[in-house]
Design a protein around this ligand. Structure first.
Ligand code: PHB
Length: 394
């Protein structure tokens, strides 16, 4: 009798826990091989650190399962194939990650077709969010950094030269910077687009040197490419001739500064995140990062994209108690905000599903023996993607 009672109680417990158990499956596509292969890990670590710190907030019985996939770099066909498999075979509730614009663009129609919300943690070309109503972006746009950079640069310099990687975010950086620089009275001497993979940096830098601009604005993808640009800028002596290197923060990505060396000193950038930001939320984030990943580890903007992307995912999971409805999820994402992100206050613009955030003017300086991006001022607060704002006015 007693045994039967225990067995019955156990059976009920088993049934009810099965009934309440709710696993949210998340397809995470990022880059672990090919061009700038280390960026995937920065993103995944940011995402996992958020999960670790906030797991207790999940509703009882709700679990998160992350399916990690390597898109091998800017490879839209591969990203599309992975997303298709994650949707059809693995039946993920959400898609996330994605370093590269071309990959996000190829995935967008799948998100729409399958009604799978897609939370972008990096890819920054302005147009991406217009390609599917199921996309929300928790990273940045290149217009957000490069447009204010152009405004600032026009106050300091008469002439500029732009050098960008020849793909979506490069085109956006070039256009945004040039438009704002010209509006402020500056003159762009030349706009050069270089191949995304292994351009002959020495040759390009020589052309810049010959043109003698006051400032050189560069966009290249963060990671090792940024260090290659910095090295060639130094080797060809552009700094000595008085040319100032400026750009969105991708060119002084925090984790590469120690590999760049003194040539990076004084480089001025506009960006939404610096590991050296002195906001308490950022200091706590960087301390947690070092505790988790080692005293010499430094998070970068891709890490914060992973962190904030996961914060948005937690928001939709908690509000729906783990039962992900695609349309409800998009409504919830449209009202997501966090006054205390490591990068400062952020929110999602409900009209565009794109992030709203501060842009900081920064300069590389040596602080306590380390090169860091010192935030000099909040140059523009609560910035919406300027490309979309200017489109509205047309
Ligand atoms: C992009 O493909 O959108 C991208 C890649 C690397 C960056 C920024 C943007 O540093």
């Amino acid at each position: 009798m007693r045994l039967a009672k225990i067995a019955a109680a156990a059976a009920i417990a088993l049934i009810s826990s099965a009934a309440f158990a709710q696993t949210v499956k998340i397809g995470f596509i990022s880059t672990y091989s090919g061009l700038n292969a280390n960026l995937g890990e920065y993103m995944e670590r940011g995402m996992r650190l958020y999960m670790k710190q906030h797991e207790k907030e999940l509703p009882p019985g709700v679990k998160i399962e992350i399916l990690v996939r390597d898109d091998t770099g800017p490879n839209p066909d591969k990203a599309k194939q992975l997303a298709q498999e994650l949707i059809v075979r693995d039946k993920v509730n959400l898609l996330t990650g994605v370093i590269w614009t071309p990959n996000a663009m190829s995935m967008a129609p799948l998100a729409t077709e399958a009604k799978v919300p897609f939370i972008i943690m990096n890819a920054g070309t302005a147009v991406i969010t217009t390609r599917s109503p199921y996309i929300a972006r928790l990273s940045f746009t290149l217009w957000q950094s490069s447009y204010p950079l152009g405004t600032w640069a026009a106050r300091k310099y008469n002439t500029a030269y732009t050098l960008v990687s020849d793909f979506g975010p490069g085109h956006d950086a070039e256009q945004a910077f040039s438009q704002a620089f010209a509006a402020g009275g500056g003159k762009v001497l030349a706009s050069v687009r270089v191949p995304l993979q292994n351009p002959d940096w020495a040759a390009y830098m020589q052309r810049v040197k010959d043109a003698k601009p006051d400032a050189l604005m560069v966009f290249i993808p963060a990671g090792k490419t940024a260090t290659a640009v910095m090295k060639n800028f130094g080797d060809l002596g552009l700094g000595q001739t008085g040319i100032k290197l400026i750009g969105p923060g991708d060119i002084t990505t925090d984790e590469e500064l120690s590999n760049m060396g003194d040539v990076a000193l004084g480089v001025t950038t506009m960006f939404h995140y610096s590991a050296a930001g002195d906001r308490p939320a950022n200091q706590a984030f960087v301390a947690a990062w070092k505790k988790e990943y080692g005293a010499n580890a430094t998070p970068n903007f891709v890490s914060v994209g992973g962190w904030d992307g996961m914060a948005a995912i937690f928001h939709v999971i908690k509000a729906q108690k783990g039962k992900i409805d695609p349309d409800k999820t998009m409504e919830l994402l449209k009202s997501f905000k966090n006054p205390n992100s490591p990068r400062g206050p952020i929110s999602i613009d409900p009209e565009t599903r794109d992030i709203v955030q501060n842009e900081y003017l920064r300069e590389v300086r040596r602080v306590g023996g380390q090169l860091v991006n010192v935030e000099l001022e909040t140059f523009a607060a609560a910035v919406k993607d300027p490309w979309k704002e200017l489109q509205k006015k047309k």
